[in-house]
Write a protein that binds this ligand. Sequence first.
Ligand SMILES: [Zn+2]
Length: 321
Amino acid sequence: MNCLICNNSEKVNFLDELKLEVKEDSSFFKDAEIFQCTDCDFSFVNPMPKIDDINFFYENVYRKKNRPPYWITDNDSDRIKNYLEDKNLSYLLYITTLVDITKIKNFYDFGCGDGDIGFALKKKFSNLELFCSESDSQCQKILSNRNYKNFKDISKIDKKFDFISTTHSLEHLTDTKMFSIFKNMLNPEGFLFFEVPNCTSEYFKGRPYDSPHLLFYTKKSLEKIALMNNFKIVNISTSAYSFDNDHRYQRESQALYEEWISSKFSKPNIKNVIKKFLPLTLLNIRKNYLKIKKNEESAKLDWFTNNVGNNCYIRGIFKKN
Ligand SMILES: [Zn+2]
């Protein structure tokens, strides 16, 4: 099997099984295993899920109400308010430190979710025009209220952009061709900002699950991709909390979900009825999850901590030559 970056097969080895967060998702990720190219320090799933299955998954399942990682509820006011949460503040600080946004006329976000980053940037840089590609049906209302023009089909995009942003999307794709597509979508001297999980050996050692990720990037693999696509690397930084904390948050999120599923589907015997009326409502589950991520005193600065050696995410800014 060939590496999805260097296209060689000699250094590609089996690494591990793909671990699912939500067990019921196995219908989308049949028989998937993880392979690694030691030359590129890059890992990927094989066999890749079918494109139709993946499209269906992201349009209808991924952000479905009451499931991780988003725990979306009927009430979207929380989501609207959260555009200045710590994670987004960290992105804004990074982007505006390295790029002069006064020179950026249009902003495109691939897989933008609710479009927080562009929306926040536009609060200060009001001339920015916002574009995106987001297929998720849960996000459409907020995106349209935020004046995003959404190209659900990326092949229909007839514009060039000064700035492309994509956070926590590239690892969900089935190949790395998106980098060359982005390059074609950029104006000369345009910028590409991205963040993905940092998938070093520490990631693989402790992670409770991978899904629905299919590609596993590291600094070396991103440098190689920049070189192959003739991007200038403005910066690559590791960021956010430690692998240990990330793995713990993942375990806690998974346990909450499993607890909720079992309370929802278990048979109505006395024990379960009592369990049902314990304050384990969905709202509480979501609150608990957010608490895990936010209120830990020692972790408050983690979103703003870069390059300390064990950060669980990796981000960068590439410039089109
Ligand atoms: Zn390779």
